[in-house]
Design a protein around this ligand. Structure first.
Ligand code: ARG
Length: 457
């Protein structure tokens, strides 16, 4: 395709390092759509004839069918998907095929193809996340009032409801979804096609037409920027990476919850693996791999960012590495979301184990301090001090839950404490009392579940 200037063929290793066809053949649909839009515009502008355009359109459709059927022969010598398709087109339709590349370059071509691919992948990622959110809300609905320990520093803090915990992730994934899809809606405002190699072209092309045909809102206003920028891919990778971090935190909790030490939940057989030596094991491999893949997706962002940050404008071949990183990140991301959805749908929670853990560690101590403030008008700092002494007493007496400590022990610390106060220190009463907006009380959780269900509809 560019042999005219050279007397010798490239070295084998030159070809190997240069070729991207193994990776970028995944852009074939976008490449054909881009070429069809470009050829139609060239004909509408009188730059090629209507007959040539008709031949190009039909030829490209046939090539699309060949690729879809798996009969297309991809060639490393032809470097990338753009040259592979163009060469095949000329093979099929002759002279007209050689006119397709008028007024464009592989630089604007690849930027357009890759941007279209990334926008579609991001839209799909939004759908995968929606399915995960629906699974989370369904489980939250089933367990809106199941009690578990809430942690800070992974130390038992206050009792919470399982529904509340699951909805926390639903909320995080909503911000992720909006970021992932939103960045791509923004990317749609600038179509690179027609920027040509870097400087635009002398042909009277109509960039609005190709932009609209490909679903963009407008042509990119600066040709150097259009061919030399990959921030749409960086944004997608950064956004995937943030979401993968959230997936990884949930995965980490699944690893903890399903350990015999926590015993809060059991993974279904379909989402567990066994050990080749220890017959009793049920391992949470999928959750562990989500943690690892989150690191890999973050790595894709860091790598592409490092590639782009040292490039002078406009296009440089370094940018070719963008696709392997981005494809891999989306593939990993899809697996993570699908696996997480499957695990969430089938996790069996253990109500008794979670409740018992929630009651340990004097998790309702704050409720006693709050009672002292509310009923006796004790300043909070003083109430904290009194409650601290009672916790110490319970610990010394070997009583595991505050609700189980005798009233006499409370009154030994502060005689004003009544049976009514003591009765409030169960984990059930504790979660029921936390009715502030966004709080863990089952009634608040149920309101949020209703809101999510409306959102999904
Ligand atoms: N395969 C190349 C890529 O993915 C296409 C653009 C090649 N442009 C060039 N001037 N060699 O970046």
């Amino acid at each position: 395709m560019w042999g005219g200037r050279f007397a010798e063929k490239p070295a084998a290793a030159m070809q190997a390092i240069n070729a991207s066809i193994d990776v970028d053949q995944r852009l074939w649909r976008e490449d054909i759509e881009g070429s069809k839009a470009h050829a139609a515009m060239l004909a509408a502008q009188g730059i090629i004839t209507a007959e040539d355009n008709a031949a190009i359109q039909a030829g490209l459709d046939q090539i699309a069918a060949e690729i879809a059927q798996g009969t297309f022969q991809f060639s490393t010598e032809l470097e990338d998907i753009h040259l592979n398709i163009e060469a095949r087109l000329t093979e099929r339709i002759g002279e007209a095929g050689k006119r397709l590349h008028t007024g464009r370059s592989r630089n604007d071509q690849v930027a357009t193809d890759f941007k279209l691919w990334t926008m579609r992948a991001a839209r799909d990622a939004g759908d995968w996340l929606r399915a995960l959110q629906k699974a989370l809300v369904k489980r939250a609905d089933q367990h809106a009032d199941w009690i578990m320990p809430g942690f800070t520093h992974l130390q038992t803090a206050q009792p919470i409801t399982l529904g509340h915990h699951l909805l926390a992730y639903t909320q995080m994934f909503e911000r992720d979804r909006v970021r992932i899809v939103g960045a791509m809606l923004e990317a749609a405002w600038e179509c690179p096609l027609g920027a040509a190699a870097l400087a635009g072209t002398a042909y009277p092309i109509e960039r609005e037409a190709t932009a609209a045909a490909l679903g963009f809102h407008a042509p990119a206003p600066n040709s150097l920027d259009a061919v030399g920028s990959r921030d749409f891919a960086l944004a997608a990778l950064a956004n995937l990476s943030i979401c993968a971090t959230h997936l990884s935190r949930l995965a980490e909790e699944i690893v903890l919850w399903t350990s015999p030490q926590f015993g809060f939940a059991r993974l279904s057989d379909t989402w567990s693996t066994g050990s080749s030596i220890m017959p009793q094991k049920r391992n949470p491999d999928a959750a562990e791999l989500i943690r690892a893949k989150a690191a890999r997706i973050g790595g894709a962002f860091a790598t592409l960012n490092a590639i782009v940050q040292k490039l002078p404008l406009a296009y440089a071949k370094d940018l070719q590495e963008d696709k392997a990183l981005t494809f891999d990140a989306f593939d990993s991301f899809e697996l993570c979301v699908v696996a997480m959805t499957g695990m969430i749908e089938t996790l069996a929670f253990n109500r008794e184990a979670m409740r018992a853990a929630a009651a340990r560690g004097y998790s309702t101590a704050t409720d006693l301090a709050d009672w002292l403030v509310r009923e006796l008008k004790v300043p909070f700092r003083e109430a904290h001090e009194i409650t601290g002494k009672i916790v110490r007493r319970a610990e010394d007496a070997g009583v595991a839950e505050l609700a189980h400590l005798a009233l006499a022990d409370y009154q030994a610390v502060d005689p004003r404490i009544t049976e009514a106060a003591r009765a409030l220190l169960t984990v059930e009463k504790s979660v029921e009392s936390r009715t502030s907006y966004g709080g863990t009380a089952p009634e608040r959780v149920r309101e949020q579940i209703a809101r999510w269900k409306e959102t999904f509809e």
